[in-house]
Design a protein around this ligand. Structure first.
Ligand SMILES: [Zn+2]
Length: 139
């Protein structure tokens, strides 16, 4: 279901709780909402008002992906950049890695399975931005 974006700083600055397989409807809402917005490459659950660690992003082909409980395990080649955020009026200066190793859970047959994957470039940047949201950082 398409949800309204939440710009409430109290919600956005709350550290998200660990997500479980029961949070699958949130993931679907994230994907639906992300697709409904122009120029929206990624969305975290607290941006639609739910403080659970679930994120969605689209790859270069526009295919949506969902991650439960994403965590950056390692980063390479840090650099400074400026990022805009859908639920924040002002862009922020941030440090981002060009390459990251990410641990996350994926829903397979109704159960969460832990995965590890490397990401580079824009996907890596979006995932770092989403992990900040999950930590309750305003970016
Ligand atoms: Zn954001």
């Amino acid at each position: 279901m398409i949800k309204e974006l939440c710009k409430d700083e109290a919600v956005l600055s709350t550290k998200c709780q660990r997500a479980t397989a029961e949070d699958a409807p949130i993931a679907q809402d994230l994907v639906d909402t992300m697709k409904s917005l122009e120029d929206c490459g990624c969305l975290a659950a607290n941006q639609i008002g739910v403080t659970k660690a679930v994120i969605a992003y689209q790859d270069d082909d526009g295919t949506p992906h969902v991650m439960y409980n994403p965590r950056i395990m390692m980063g390479l080649r840090a650099g400074k950049t400026v990022e805009a955020c859908l639920t924040r009026d002002e862009p922020s200066k941030v440090t981002r890695y060009q390459k990251v190793k990410v641990s996350y859970d994926e829903l397979v047959d109704g159960e969460l399975k832990t995965r590890r994957r490397d990401f580079t470039g824009f996907e890596a940047q979006m995932i770092q931005h989403m992990c900040d949201h999950c930590q309750g950082k305003l970016v």
